[in-house]
Design a binder for this molecule. Structure first.
Ligand SMILES: [Zn+2]
Length: 182
């Protein structure tokens, strides 16, 4: 199946979260897919981020992650997901903050300015610093992390047009099934 980095893939509202969301269905190991398992997809992501990421005006076009920086970049991705997920779920990422900062520093020490990995590290630091942490949420359908910038903080889905509709369809399906049951 062909795969494209569509606007939906950048529903996180921050580059750091879009990067974390490159693992699809993280919570379900049987169905989980790592979109960065193929280096070409990681390169394509860098290109698409310059077009679709909510933070694109901050970093503009991004250079792809060079092969020597791929492992630290992936380690940063995992640290971002673990830390911010814990902050949302338990309102406590205290024990994971050092890991996130270390992973961030490891990337920044090697990264060139204007690269995807540098921009991701800066994005993670912005999320930590600017109070948006209280707006972080986990999508009720797909488990992606996103920033809810809506006025009344009422978003449930990373992307209403994809996850909102899927959830609606699934509710409808289960209701019909229940009705049909004897
Ligand atoms: Zn979603």
């Amino acid at each position: 199946m062909s795969f494209y980095w569509t606007p939906h893939r950048f529903a996180g509202g921050a580059l750091a979260l879009d990067v974390a969301n490159s693992v699809i269905l993280r919570f379900d190991p049987a169905r989980s897919v790592d979109r960065f398992a193929e280096p070409e997809q990681m390169d394509a992501f860098a290109k698409a981020a310059g077009v679709f990421s909510a933070e694109r005006s901050l970093f503009g076009e991004l250079a792809p992650v060079p092969s020597r920086n791929r492992l630290p970049f992936l380690a940063l991705r995992e640290a971002i997901d673990r830390y911010f997920r814990a902050r949302i779920l338990e309102n406590d990422g205290y024990g994971l903050l050092a890991d996130l900062l270390e992973a961030t520093a490891a990337v920044l020490r090697r990264a060139d300015k204007g690269s995807l990995e540098a921009a991701t590290a800066h994005s993670a630091l912005r999320l930590l610093a600017d109070g948006e942490i209280t707006r972080l949420k986990i999508c009720g359908n797909c488990g992606w992390l996103f920033v809810d910038r809506s006025k009344n903080r009422s978003r449930t889905w990373c992307d209403m047009t994809v996850c909102g509709n899927r959830a609606k369809a699934s509710r409808h399906y289960h209701r019909k099934k229940k009705e049909a049951a004897p």
